[in-house]
Design a protein around this ligand. Structure first.
Ligand code: SAM
Length: 232
């Protein structure tokens, strides 16, 4: 089966132009080859190429498996710079996070909120890349919270119901817990880190401060390390 998974529309078992280029350029695919395919928010399976030209590919599709289970984790991510935003969205999606809240923080540059990479279409492109990579189909929900204090005071409490809150901060706190299995909300700071006021506010909202030891990691590396400690 050719990797990664490609998304198809169940009624028209065809690849779009971006996917077609990828399959032709990277794999030099031929009629009869089998691809991994999925339907957004649906099942995953395989598709045998039954028709192939430079403009069009048709598949005989067998969607026999459910997507992998979602991670019971919401990530509050201080909005990263555009290049890192793209990678972070892909990584979080590939890890199975189904709710991503891009929030403001004192050290988030104002200009990041103007980034064209925050448009719903561009965000969706990154989510699809993450889903294709992970053989998943369930599209994460992405929410923008442009003001830290009203978000943490007014909206975060409802979101926290029944979940454990963890704020990743290199200074103070406890070592990141292992295999918690319960649902959680994880806050990750910007490139310059959270300021103490923000960590205090999150602690007042019920979050526990956690660290990953003395190494300061990039946002997407820190998220990946924490997720792999928290869940099997
Ligand atoms: N100088 C910043 C600081 O001291 O917070 C470094 C920020 S780091 C590049 C970006 C984010 O990744 C941090 O705000 C934190 O959420 C997470 N992070 C990175 N390394 C970490 C560590 N060793 N322990 C806990 N969180 C970490």
């Amino acid at each position: 089966l050719l990797e990664p998974q490609h998304f198809i529309d169940e009624r028209h078992a065809e690849l779009d132009q971006r996917q077609l280029r990828h399959v032709l350029d990277v794999y030099q695919a031929n009629k009869g080859d089998e691809l991994r395919v999925g339907v957004i928010n649906g099942r995953v399976g395989s598709g045998i190429i039954t028709h192939l030209s430079a403009e069009k590919m048709q598949l005989e599709v067998n969607l026999d498996n459910p997507p992998p289970p979602a991670l019971p984790l919401t990530v509050l991510l201080a909005l990263p710079r555009p290049k890192m935003l793209k990678r972070s969205l892909q990584h979080l999606t590939a890890l199975g996070v189904k709710k991503i809240i891009l929030m403001n923080s004192y050290r988030v540059e104002k200009s990041f909120w103007q980034s064209p990479w925050l448009s719903p279409e561009k965000v969706r492109e990154q989510l699809i890349l993450g889903l294709e990579q992970a053989r998943d189909t369930v599209m994460p929900e992405v929410i923008l919270e442009k003001r830290f204090k009203p978000f943490v005071e007014d909206r975060l409490p409802a979101l926290m119901a029944g979940k454990r809150g963890l704020v990743a901060h290199p200074v103070g706190g406890e070592s990141c817990p292992h295999l918690i299995s319960e649902p959680a909300v994880l806050a990750i700071g910007p490139e310059g880190g959270f300021i103490e006021y923000e960590v205090d506010k999150l602690e007042q909202a019920g979050f526990q401060r956690i660290h990953l030891g003395p190494r300061i990691l990039r946002v997407e590396t820190a998220v990946t390390a924490i997720v792999s400690k928290l869940y099997d």
